[in-house]
Design a binder for this molecule. Structure first.
Ligand SMILES: Nc1ncnc2c1ncn2[C@@H]1O[C@H](COP(=O)(O)OP(=O)(O)OP(=O)(O)O)[C@@H](O)[C@H]1O
Ligand SMILES: [Mg+2]
Length: 253
């Protein structure tokens, strides 16, 4: 196969030019980073799990009519997506207090919030993705008021879908982050859910035990990240229950 043009290499994924205009191939790496890339590691199998899980969530969103960039999975580590102009915001939805919200406001981790709370961070690694207000977003032209209304509605629909799905397999969706992209259909612009939805971008706690099944396992050194992600995939039926990602081909003779 001809070498593809690399468009971008981020911390968790590589983007290549897709086979048709307006498409991109997302390659999921095994790299894990936290604290604005101060902590780094390679976790064998993470890319494969996130590729499958993001496919699973995006396909489910398509089924309930939530527009997103997913077109099809190409192989273990790659998926074809619709190219979008990414709005430079991390859109965070929180159902329970955790992480930076707990730190900022002194609310103990795990406390239920009165309703889902949406926060926006400006996507800029050099600045550490700072929290911004709608005022900043509109004044600096990152998104319009109409865009923001659409983003909030998309984020809440993703939250409803993901919360329900997780609840069904005994997992609490504490919070998550999505990115939103802009695409053009003729003269009309539309917003869609882009990037990825995976245990890298969610906080997932087992309902019974409170065990963390997301990237906090890596951030806080709580054990094997790939075991945690495999557990999420297994419960959702994304991986057959008798197969783990670490299974290597064995020679049969
Ligand atoms: N459909 C899409 N079209 C164009 N770009 C996309 C799309 N989906 C995701 N992206 C972008 O692809 C990149 C994915 O790479 P990765 O997640 O590794 O980035 P990152 O290291 O988190 O850095 P950053 O998100 O700050 O660029 C991100 O920049 C993301 O915004
Ligand atoms: Mg990213």
């Amino acid at each position: 196969m001809a070498r593809r043009k690399k468009i971008y290499e981020g911390k968790a994924k590589i983007l290549y030019e897709g086979p048709e205009p307006g498409t991109i191939v997302q390659y999921f790496k095994d790299d894990a980073t936290a604290f604005n890339a101060e902590k780094k590691a390679t976790i064998e199998g993470k890319g494969v799990l996130n590729n499958r899980l993001s496919e699973f969530f995006m396909t489910g969103l398509t089924q309930i009519g939530v527009p997103n960039h997913f077109i099809k999975r190409l192989n273990m580590r790659e998926q074809l997506v619709r190219a979008a102009e990414i709005i430079p915001l991390e859109v965070i939805v929180r159902n329970f207090a955790a992480g930076s919200l707990s730190k900022r406001l002194g609310i103990p981790e795990g406390e239920p919030l009165p309703r889902p709370i949406i926060e926006f961070c400006y996507k800029d690694d050099a600045l550490g993705d700072p929290l911004v207000a709608e005022e900043h977003i509109i004044a600096f032209g990152w998104a319009s008021q109409q865009d923001l209304d659409d983003i909030v509605s998309l984020a809440l629909r993703v939250n409803d879908f993901m919360s329900g799905l997780m609840l069904g397999v005994g997992i609490k969706l504490v919070d998550f982050k999505i990115e939103i992209g802009r695409v053009w259909d003729n003269d009309y612009q539309r917003l869609l859910v882009a990037d990825e939805i995976s245990p890298d971008s969610c906080r997932l706690w087992d309902i019974e035990t409170g065990q963390k099944l997301d990237k906090d396992v890596f951030r806080r050194d709580l054990g094997s990240l790939s075991d945690a992600y495999t557990e999420v995939a297994r419960r959702l039926g994304v991986l057959p229950s008798n197969v783990t990602h670490t299974t290597k081909p064995t020679l049969i003779n």
